[in-house]
Write a protein that binds this ligand. Structure first.
Ligand SMILES: Cc1cc2nc3c(=O)[nH]c(=O)nc-3n(C[C@H](O)[C@H](O)[C@H](O)COP(=O)(O)OP(=O)(O)OC[C@H]3O[C@@H](n4cnc5c(N)ncnc54)[C@H](O)[C@@H]3O)c2cc1C
Length: 495
């Protein structure tokens, strides 16, 4: 028989949404336990780039921008494009009405932002970027939760919801020592366990077969919250909408300069000041260490003639077709982007960049040579290049010869040495957008209209059919929905 601990509110997951929910319930005087399965809080929130789209912020005011929630609401539909009719407009309204308050709250906790940056089709600059890195979000929120008395249990994986008479009364979780433990909630349980980008069963059930075997950026995003709620009759909305597969270079063995910076406020403020005042040539090395680590290669490389080669030295796909899922089917689920001197020359200057953080900076080939020696390969000969990549020379020589001999309508032959390769690249699922169907109070819905009493969901788990296309809406939703769910679970204690 599992032992039991009782609190007012139990939060499952310590990413942006869970930490926000826990902080809000604790601020309202509730006794809160937050269960986090990993050794640290953060989840995908800490993997993120850290862009948050928000309006009526001090940053916008300083830039002289007049903006409104209605304008933001309209522009989100432009980002959604053909998907727009599938959006949950009630949740979109909640998002756009709360971004200013959310950013103010994060800043009051010590999080520092730079911006706003442009991101068309937003009609004005709305993108705010956290400095020095996205770990700052979980760092300050975790600190704040602890100050408010939230009992954060790490290495504690929730496994199933406990119910009595159809009402959710807690969760059963596995403790670090392997024992099962029941955490019972007087008010409610908030599911904030992230998405299912690495949940094979849920991807198979809801998304395209192309992504089922593709690894996620965040390997621990396994859809546990979705699964626990589905067992009680909840439904997933927009489960087929997935960001990915997209290609990214494998991560370096050592964290980049920016990722290593401690997310403390004085340093963050110094960086924010520097970004506003120092010339680009001083800032560029810092930005490049981030860009060449966190971002993927532009598909323009293939349009200009680069090819994809697998571990056997074979070309395996039409690079202008759907190369991303094909990379995931190769040995080691990896490939290299191979090109010649002519293409290298192009990708050394605007407008041919290898990767970009839109509106922030552009990385060219030389930036990869300087910052990512581990994935940069160059040789005067094809055989030398193959040796550097670690692939069979005969295979690569044959692959390039066949490519050059084939009738290529628009792409040039790859025959001008030196020869180059960037890689390995891998295909990843960045996130999934399928969330549990929820009410505006973030209660989890069962069937057509009824709710599951005592159960709330937030962030990716509680995305409820809301479309978060573009950049910076996911994090916003995590914090905003988390706070609302935490508030309502807290209010439920007396009900
Ligand atoms: C590479 C990358 C870049 C991104 N960049 C941006 C960006 O710049 N801007 C933006 O808006 N969005 C971005 N996103 C998306 C954004 O990060 C997520 O949508 C958001 O962080 C989700 O927050 P969350 O709290 O719902 O989930 P998470 O932050 O993933 O938190 C979920 C937590 O629950 C825990 N958990 C899971 N299962 C259990 C369990 N059974 N028991 C206990 N704990 C559990 C997890 O370990 C995790 O800590 C990015 C995502 C990725 C992967």
């Amino acid at each position: 028989m599992a032992e039991t601990t009782v609190a007012d509110v139990i939060v499952v997951g310590g990413g942006g949404a869970g930490l926000a929910a826990a902080a809000e319930a604790a601020r309202l005087g509730r006794q809160v336990i937050l269960l986090e399965k990993n050794p640290a809080t953060g989840g995908s929130t800490s993997w993120s780039v850290g862009s948050i789209t928000a309006i009526n912020t001090p940053h916008q005011r300083q830039a002289g921008i007049t903006d409104s929630a209605d304008a933001h609401f309209e522009d989100m539909a432009l980002h959604a494009g053909p998907l727009a009719p599938r959006d949950n407009l009630r949740l979109r309204r909640i998002l756009v009405d709360h971004t200013a308050e959310m950013l103010d709250w994060l800043m009051s906790l010590g999080v520092v932002f730079v911006g706003p940056m442009p991101e068309p089709p937003h009609r004005c600059n709305r993108m705010h970027n956290v400095v020095p890195n996205s770990k700052s979000l979980a760092f300050h929120l975790t600190k704040h939760c602890r100050e408010l008395g939230v009992d954060i249990r790490l290495n504690t994986a929730s496994q199933r919801l406990l119910t009595e008479n159809g009402k959710v009364v807690g969760v059963e979780a596995r403790l670090p020592d392997g024992a099962l433990h029941q955490f019972r909630a007087r008010g409610g349980v908030v599911l904030a366990a992230g998405d299912y980008s690495n949940g094979r069963d849920l991807k198979a059930r809801y998304a395209s077969p192309d992504v089922v075997d593709v690894d996620a950026v965040n390997a621990t995003a396994t859809g546990d919250g979705h699964r626990m709620a589905l067992e009680l009759g909840a439904t997933v909305v927009n489960g087929d909408i997935v960001r990915g597969p997209i290609m990214r270079f494998i991560p370096p063995t050592r964290a980049n300069l920016i990722q290593q910076l401690p997310p403390v406020k004085p340093l963050a403020r110094l960086i924010a000041w520097a970004m506003g005042h120092l010339p680009q040539w001083i800032l560029r090395p810092f930005l490049m260490s981030f860009l060449t680590t966190a971002l993927g290669p532009s598909p323009d490389l293939y349009k200009e003639g680069a090819v994809l080669i697998n571990r056997h030295g074979e070309r395996f796909t039409d690079e202008l077709g759907k190369p991303n899922p094909d990379v995931a089917k190769q040995p080691g689920r990896m490939a290299w982007i191979v090109f010649d001197h002519n293409i290298a020359g192009k990708f050394s200057a605007w407008p041919h960049f290898i990767s970009t953080a839109p509106g922030v900076a552009y990385a060219y080939l030389a930036d990869y040579r300087r910052n990512r020696a581990d994935i940069y390969h160059q040789s005067d000969t094809v055989a030398g290049l193959a040796a550097s990549m670690g692939v069979p020379a005969a295979g690569l020589t044959r692959a390039l010869a066949e490519y050059n001999a084939s009738g290529r309508a628009t792409r040039p032959a790859l025959e001008q040495g030196p020869f180059y390769a960037l890689g390995p690249v891998k295909s990843y699922v960045v996130f999934t957008d399928g969330g549990l169907k929820v009410t505006e109070q973030l209660e989890v819905v069962r069937g057509e209209d009824g709710v599951i009493p005592g159960l709330y969901a937030a962030g990716s788990t509680g995305q409820g059919g809301l479309l978060l296309e573009g950049h910076g809406h996911h994090l916003g939703w995590a914090f905003i929905s988390g706070r609302i769910a935490g508030r309502n679970a807290a209010a439920n204690v007396r009900a």
